[in-house]
Every structure is written in structure tokens, then in C-alpha cells.
Design a protein around this ligand. Structure first.
Ligand SMILES: CC(=O)SCCNC(=O)CCNC(=O)[C@H](O)C(C)(C)COP(=O)(O)OP(=O)(O)OC[C@H]1O[C@@H](n2cnc3c(N)ncnc32)[C@H](O)[C@@H]1OP(=O)(O)O
Ligand SMILES: O=C([O-])CC(=O)C(=O)O
Length: 485
């Protein structure tokens, strides 16, 4: 085994601008005990072992031991107070879930196993020198905590292609829906049809020891991740390209193949798809889709059932479907004001949206309190590859115009843009103009995070999730008690 140590502070110095190094390391130490005792050294292991499953198997007992110790030694430690506001406010601000794969800092954004997006861009294997990270590498990182080598990613790419055979009944099931059914409806239906082959369900019915749950969850998860780009591309070609299906290219990686099967072979689009899938994959455990996947899986529903449920949450316009809404909204700006819209006219349009009782799509976040770093990452990609695209210019103008207006409302916690405010104009630039399809691409990406989370849920033996709920009357009575005044 070859072990390379990377001194992360150099990268952090460039990435984290004004925050002092000591506070960054302290912050990381508090947020990421999983990174080990010494945060000054990040261990990037490259092993000769090409088997993802083996690496995962090695890590599980260690994590299990740590979780058990945490439960027995610190089980009663309080993490904060639950307020009435949290109970009636969608549990906003409440820390109540365990998720190993990633963690959001409200200011810094998402960290995948402790690595920021720009660190992932530097460290994860790419399809070409200085290229964008391959999602297979992110999957490996989320599952094993380790940055994989090129050979490991290449081997995982091959494994995913090998697993990507779709039973015929899946296509027949999708074909039973009207062709104008929303692409997310067709996608969730396709995933449910794939469920027929769940290995977890089959072995559970026969009876297996609970220590083996994760192995079959892993099998289902890798099969699901491998198969869904094929199903998603089928749906795209069915709806928008008269059903002319493009087969997988055995020389291409996961995201490159997805773009290819959709009908896009421009090398820049392939790179964009690799970046897109990587940064959309995971956003800790509490977002609607991941949380749905987690709670459904906590009943020992298999990964297909859990992911199909998650997709139905992602299909909501306040979550994954907002990427569709953003492009539709931006195009309505163009329809009404033209491409060369002035900032004053843009302000008027934003106010008109708000005064009509509607949200400005792509702005605001439950957890983030700064511009989503995924937005910044897409913006940097656009500045590099499509600086003159008129819709990109419009997105940049909205970045200036919208936040001050939202702040004027006086109630919004975070006026900054999130990932969805940007992703659509990039897809649109490369010719994928059908906004209704955008949540499906998000869904394909999110499977990587959700399935990794569910594999770890089963590996750690996490229990059924079942919080208590109370009525308004119960809360009123509770608040009347003298001690609560
Ligand atoms: C991948 C993702 O899922 S990222 C999120 C994508 N979603 C969007 O972009 C949709 C637009 N944004 C929103 O609706 C919200 O900001 C959410 C759902 C993301 C977060 O909601 P909350 O945590 O409730 O935000 P917050 O506490 O700041 O909201 C306070 C008020 O401001 C409103 N508000 C928040 N964001 C916006 C917005 N973009 N446009 C108009 N009003 C907004 C809320 O609706 C709420 O109004 P209310 O008190 O009358 O009900
Ligand atoms: O974290 C959230 O609540 C929403 C989000 O940005 C995501 O799921 O990617």
C-alpha cells in the first residue's frame, strides 16, 4: 500500500480566503472528527486494491466501534434545545440526523468527507489532465472516506458499466405512461420497475443475519447507480427524440456515458456532466430527498424503494425541481424584457414575481447562509467556457439584483443563490434545452449520495426513524407551564 500525505493547508489557504488558518483547522476539527486525530495531515491513500467493496468492508468495523462507544459513553450529551419554532417550522435549525458522507457548514458549504468542492476538483481523478472530477471518484470517496487512484476509478467505471443491464419490463412500464407525463414521474416509475430485481428484498425474504444487510444494500445500490443513467436517457429520448435510443459507449466513464446516451457528444458537455453529477450528488442528510431516502430505508425498505421515494421529494419545486423553474423563469424574463434587459427592468421583474405571491426560484436555503459554493463552482465553469452566453449574463445580473430585494422583504434568512440558480443555463448552453428534464439529471446525480448514505445506515445498524409529533393544543399547554414562561 502506498500512502501519500497531502498538506491541505496550502489548498485551504487559496480556497478559504480571509478566514485564518487556525480557525479553519479548529472548525474542521470540530466538524470532522472522522478525519482523524491530526487534521494537519490529510491522508490520501492509494492502494493496489481495486475493489470498492473490500475497502468498505475494512472500514465498517472501525466505524461501528466508534458509534457504539459514542452511544455508551456520550449518549446523554445534549446537542441543543428543541424550540417550539423548530417543531412548527419544518425542524429548521434542529440537528437530529446522523449522516457520514457529507456535512454542510452554513458559511463554507458542502464538504464531501471533509473535502470542499475545489479540493475535490483538485484531488479526484479526472478523464483528462486538469479535467473535472469523475463522479465514480466521488462515490468511492463517499463510501470509503478515501480519495481513489485513477486505477480504482477506472475499475469502478468498468464495474458500473457491467452492472448497467436493464430488464425489458422496465421500458415496458415506462412506455405504459403517456409520453407527456412529467419526466420525473417517468423516472420514479422506472426506478420502481427496477426494484423487481432487488437483491436485498430477496435475501431478506429468505432470512439473513442483520450484520449482512449492508452487503445486499451495497449490491442493490451499485446496480441502481449503474442502471439509472440508462433509464433516464431512455426517458429523455422517448419524450424529446422520438424514442431513438443511443446505446452506452463502453469506452466512456459514468457521466460521460450519460451525456452520450442523452445525445450529447461535445467534449465540453461531457466535462460539464462530470462536474454536474459530482457536485449534485450529496448534501448531507437533512435535505428533502436524502432525508426521505433515509427514513424509508430505516424501515428496511430496499435502496430502490427508498430512492424512488427520495425522487418524489426531489420532484418538488422547492427542492430539485427548482432547476426547471429557474430556467422557465429566466426565459420568461427574456420573453417579457428581451435578452438585453437592464438591471432596473430586472428589478421590476423580480418585484412583480414577489408581488404575485411567488418565490424567486434558485435563491434562499434552509442551511446555507452564503452563496452556495456549488453555484460559485458552476459560475467559474461558465466564466471559463461560455463567458458570452446571454443567459449566463442574465444569471450574473440576477446575482447582483435579487439578494438586496429579498433582504428588503425583511424575513428571509439567506438571500443568496443556490446551485439551481445556475445549472440550467449551462445545460441550455450545451443544447439540453428541455427544462422539465433537469430534475431527472439532478436525480441521477443524487443517487450517488443517497445510496452511499443508505449503505452506511445499514452498515452502522441505524434504527427505524420515528420521531414524536405533538398537536397545537399540546404545545399551547406545554408553553403555559410556569417553568416555560
Ligand atoms: C437543491 C435545493 O433544494 S436548494 C433550494 C432550492 N429552492 C429554491 O430555490 C426555492 C426558492 N427558495 C425558497 O423557497 C426558500 O428559500 C427555501 C425553501 C429554500 C428555504 O425556505 P426557508 O428556510 O423557509 O427560508 P426562510 O426562513 O429564509 O424563509 C422566510 C420567508 O422568506 C420567503 N422566501 C425564502 N426564499 C424566498 C425566495 N427565493 N423568494 C421569495 N420568498 C422567499 C419564505 O417563503 C418565507 O416566507 P413566509 O414567512 O411568508 O412563509
Ligand atoms: O440541502 C438542502 O436542503 C437542499 C439542497 O441544496 C440540496 O439538497 O442539494
Amino acid at each position: 500500500m502506498l500512502v501519500i500525505f497531502i498538506w491541505p493547508t496550502v489548498a485551504e489557504f487559496f480556497n478559504w480566503g480571509s478566514v485564518s488558518m487556525t480557525s479553519k483547522l479548529q472548525w474542521r476539527a470540530a466538524q470532522h472528527p472522522s478525519l482523524g486525530e491530526s487534521l494537519h495531515w490529510r491522508q490520501v491513500e492509494t492502494t493496489s486494491d481495486l475493489e470498492l467493496h473490500t475497502q468498505l468492508k475494512e472500514l465498517i468495523p472501525e466505524k461501528h466501534g466508534r458509534l457504539n462507544k459514542l452511544k455508551s459513553k456520550h449518549g446523554k450529551v445534549e446537542l441543543g434545545n428543541i424550540t417550539v419554532e423548530m417543531v412548527v417550522g419544518g425542524m429548521s435549525g434542529l440537528t437530529g440526523l446522523l449522516c457520514e458522507t457529507s456535512l454542510i457548514d452554513p458559511e463554507e458549504g458542502i464538504l464531501f468527507r471533509g473535502l470542499s468542492i475545489s479540493e475535490c476538483q483538485k484531488l479526484l481523478p479526472a478523464a483528462k489532465p486538469d479535467g473535472e472530477p469523475l463522479p465514480e471518484g466521488l462515490l468511492w470517496l463517499l463510501l470509503t472516506e478515501k480519495v481513489p487512484s485513477n486505477e480504482q476509478v477506472d475499475s469502478l467505471s468498468k464495474e458500473l458499466r457491467r452492472r448497467a443491464t436493464i430488464p425489458d419490463h422496465v421500458y415496458q412500464t415506462i412506455n405504459a405512461l403517456p409520453v407527456n407525463a412529467h419526466p420525473m414521474t417517468q423516472f420514479a416509475t422506472g426506478v420502481m420497475a427496477l426494484q423487481v430485481q432487488s437483491e436485498f428484498q430477496k435475501v431478506y425474504e429468505k432470512g439473513i443475519h442483520k450484520s449482512k444487510y449492508w452487503e445486499h444494500t451495497y449490491e442493490d445500490s451499485l446496480n441502481l447507480i449503474a442502471q439509472i443513467p440508462v433509464v433516464a436517457a431512455y426517458i429523455y429520448r422517448r419524450i424529446y427524440k422520438n424514442g431513438h435510443v443511443i446505446p452506452m459507449d463502453d469506452s466512456l466513464d459514468y457521466a460521460g456515458n450519460f451525456a452520450h446516451m442523452l445525445g450529447f457528444d461535445n467534449p465540453e458537455m461531457l466535462e460539464f456532466m462530470r462536474l454536474y453529477v459530482t457536485i449534485h450528488s450529496d448534501h448531507e442528510g437533512g435535505n428533502v430527498s436524502a432525508h426521505t431516502g433515509h427514513i424509508v430505508a430505516s424501515a428496511l425498505s430496499d435502496p430502490y424503494l427508498s430512492f424512488a421515494a427520495a425522487l418524489n421529494g426531489l420532484a418538488g419545486p422547492l427542492h430539485g425541481m427548482v432547476n426547471q423553474e429557474v430556467l422557465v423563469w429566466i426565459k420568461s424574463v427574456v420573453d417579457e424584457c428581451g435578452e438585453d434587459v437592464s438591471k432596473e427592468n430586472l428589478e421590476d421583474f423580480v418585484w412583480k414575481t414577489l408581488n404575485g405571491g411567488k418565490i424567486v426560484p434558485g435563491f434562499g436555503h434552509e442551511v446555507l447562509r452564503k452563496t452556495d459554493p456549488r453555484y460559485t463552482c458552476l459560475r467559474e465553469f461558465a466564466l471559463k467556457h461560455l463567458p458570452d452566453d446571454p443567459l449566463f449574463k442574465l444569471v450574473s445580473d440576477l446575482y447582483e439584483v435579487v439578494p438586496p430585494i429579498l433582504l428588503e422583504l425583511g424575513k428571509i434568512k439567506n438571500p443568496w443563490p443556490d446551485i439551481d440558480a445556475h445549472s440550467g443555463v449551462l445545460l441550455n448552453h450545451y443544447g439540453l434545452t428541455e427544462a422539465q428534464y433537469y430534475p431527472v439529471i439532478f436525480g441521477v446525480s443524487r443517487a450517488i449520495g443517497i445510496c452511499s448514505q443508505i449503505v452506511w445506515d445499514r452498515a452502522l445498524g441505524l434504527p427505524l426513524e420515528r420521531p414524536r409529533s405533538v398537536t397545537i393544543e399540546w404545545l399551547e399547554n406545554y408553553c403555559k407551564k410556569p417553568a416555560q414562561d
